[in-house]
Design a protein around this ligand. Structure first.
Ligand code: NAP
Length: 239
């Protein structure tokens, strides 16, 4: 059994947390990664703003992974501002885009993964990268982001409860600020060091820290942990 590799699909693996997750598997496991634009070698391309491309990514990943996926890691996400002062049309368009990319695309892939595990009658794991915002809320320009991540947590718990008896496990990870491009922009816009005062640990998380949690959930976490939501926020929001 030990020579059977775990087949993993990680989304948003071109940079940031997703790239750290991809790197954490160190080539020991076969995987494919979806992303929007960069077309880097080895990464599958998919724009999650388009539902058809999400389904296509699953099919492409399956083909690349010899028809078997054991673990899905939903990591791709956007953090675009959506000020309430925008026009109705702009505000609704931005709301819908964030929901589509952060929540609906993840849900599509979760559904395809559960159906795939059921058809194969095998165990499977889903790891959803949500956010501290799911519990704490976010800035005034990010109602939609917090709502999408809250939805992701609720979806993860539902999947865990629904399919545990079939050895289909689901976990959610809720990072606080994490030093990727996205967080750097945010820290800058909020005055950098001032924001750090709200984090007892005194620093934001590193992508490798979130990656080690995702890696653990993907490969090692005991089955009894299914449905767990893991925080990584330097005690800035303790539940
Ligand atoms: P990031 O550096 O901005 O990377 C985002 C990833 O998502 C990239 O691989 C990007 O692909 C992909 N992506 C963006 N738009 C996409 C689209 N339309 N279709 C498909 N893929 C798309 O983000 P990150 O900071 O690593 O965040 C990763 C996850 O952690 C997100 O779900 C985020 O919400 C969550 N998170 C992050 C933080 C933080 O502070 N960084 C905190 C809490 C939660 P391209 O390179 O092709 O654009």
């Amino acid at each position: 059994m030990t020579d059977i590799k775990t087949h993993i699909l990680v989304t948003g693996a071109s940079r940031g947390i997703g790239k750290a997750i991809l790197d954490s598997f160190g080539g020991a496991d076969v995987m494919a990664a979806g992303h929007s634009t960069s077309g880097e070698a080895g990464l599958l391309k998919s724009d999650f703003a388009n539902s058809d491309e999400v389904s296509q990514l699953w099919q492409d990943a399956l083909e690349r992974l010899d028809g078997r996926i054991d673990v899905l890691i939903n990591n791709a996400g956007i953090f675009d501002p959506n000020p309430i002062s925008d026009s109705d049309t702009e505000w609704l368009e931005s709301w819908g885009r964030t929901m589509q990319i952060n929540l609906t695309a993840s849900a599509q892939l979760c559904r395809l993964a559960v159906q795939h595990f059921q058809e194969r009658k095998t165990a499977g794991r889903i790891v959803n990268i949500a956010s501290r915002a799911a519990y704490r809320g976010d800035s005034p320009d990010h109602w939609h982001y917090a709502a999408s991540k809250g939805g992701m947590v609720a979806m993860t718990k539902t999947i865990a409860r629904a399919y545990a008896s079939e050895e289909i496990l689901a976990f959610a990870i809720c990072p606080g600020f994490t030093m990727t491009g996205m967080a750097e922009d945010y820290l800058e816009s909020r005055g950098g060091d001032k924001l750090l005062k709200d984090i007892p640990l005194g620093r934001v998380a590193q992508p490798e820290e979130i990656a080690s949690m995702a890696n653990y959930c993907a490969l090692e976490a005991p089955a009894s942990m299914t449905g767990a939501v893991l925080d990584a926020n330097g005690a800035s929001f303790v539940r």
